[in-house]
Design a protein around this ligand. Structure first.
Ligand code: SF4
Length: 323
């Protein structure tokens, strides 16, 4: 079997919280706390969860935009957390990111041609003719016109700006792209266009995506497999068919029960979750979800459930899994 393009093992990112007069570190925020997963070439892993569950911190830690506290990140078999600045810069061409807010991620003082071309200069592609050729080619792939190169970001709609952001990420010909809520700031009709374009580009360029979103329908549409996060941990991961048809973790069952179904004869029973997501500074002991779980037992309050495989590619962290 082909080895995965990306393998993340036990990744952690803990932030110190400073408090008091001398600003000494008092506590830690466990933003990402022991996350493991793989992504294969050309595959999309959807990453979902409520706001503040650690999705974006996880994505940034995988790309080393922030330094993880612990764990390993293997990209094409190499642990990138051990790389020095020069080899890491080299590797960044193959690991790119598309951001949520296309406007604030584009320099308003630069023309579109320079925004996209700059990435090539930074990575040592200096001959002007070569740069212009690659910029023109990627612009066409994302559905923009050559005359757009001379315009500034403010002259574009939200959807067009996201196309520019995608062009900037793809001009370096990456293998893996992290898409951090790339459509949540856009109108619904534009969302569909961008998602379909990403899927076309993925097929044409053999890209792998980590696709972060809180819209479960969007994630179902684009993903091959889906991981659900809660308080800094992945609590269930499976191929999308298994996860959407037979969720096992009570939190995932509740999330999916809220997804609208386009069938007037099928009314799924809505499971209402009580309470809010606890703070990641002091997560509840045992299973972090136990204060909100309708099946909680004494074991859940004392013992953290292991993340176990219950089917070929289906993993769950719940004491009830497999019973
Ligand atoms: Fe609920 Fe216990 Fe499973 Fe946690 S381990 S989800 S509290 S049943």
């Amino acid at each position: 079997m082909e080895s995965p393009l990306l393998e993340v093992r036990d990744l952690k990112k803990h932030f110190p919280v400073r408090a008091g007069f001398f600003a000494r570190r008092a506590e830690w925020v466990y933003a990402v706390d022991g996350v493991s997963f793989t992504v294969n070439k050309g595959e999309t892993l959807g990453l979902v969860g409520e706001s503040g569950c650690g999705k974006s911190t996880l994505a940034r830690s995988v790309l080393r935009l922030i330094e993880p506290t612990g764990g390993q990140v293997y990209f094409e078999g190499q642990n990138i957390l051990e790389l020095g600045p020069a080899p890491m810069k080299d590797l960044r061409r193959r690991l790119q990111m598309i951001f949520q807010d296309p406007f604030s991620s584009l320099n308003p003082r630069m023309k579109v041609g320079d925004i996209i071309g700059d990435a090539l200069i930074i990575h040592g592609i200096r001959p002007r003719a070569q740069r212009e050729q690659r910029v023109a080619a990627i612009l066409e792939k994302v559905g923009l016109q050559p005359e757009h190169l001379k315009r500034y970001p403010h002259a574009f709609s939200g959807g067009q700006r996201q196309r520019i952001g995608i062009a900037r990420a793809l001009v370096l010909e990456p293998k893996l792209v992290v898409c951090d809520e790339p459509v949540s700031a856009l109108d619904v009709s534009i969302q569909a266009q961008i998602i379909n374009m990403l899927m076309d580009l993925q097929a044409a360029l053999e890209l792998a995506f980590i696709f972060i979103a809180h819209d479960l329908s969007v994630v179902e549409h684009i993903s091959n497999k889906v991981a659900v996060m809660y308080l800094g941990q992945i609590i269930e991961m499976a191929n999308k068919r298994d996860l959407y048809r037979s969720p096992v973790h009570p939190y995932v069952q509740a999330l999916l029960s809220a997804v609208p179904v386009a069938n007037p004869h099928r009314k799924p029973r809505r499971i209402i979750l009580e309470g809010d997501v606890p703070t990641p500074i002091a997560p509840p002991p045992g299973c972090h979800f136990h204060p909100r779980c309708r099946y909680q037992m004494q074991q859940c309050r004392q013992e953290a459930p292991a993340f176990v495989r219950i089917d070929e590619a289906h993993y769950v962290a719940c004491h009830l899994a497999g019973r």
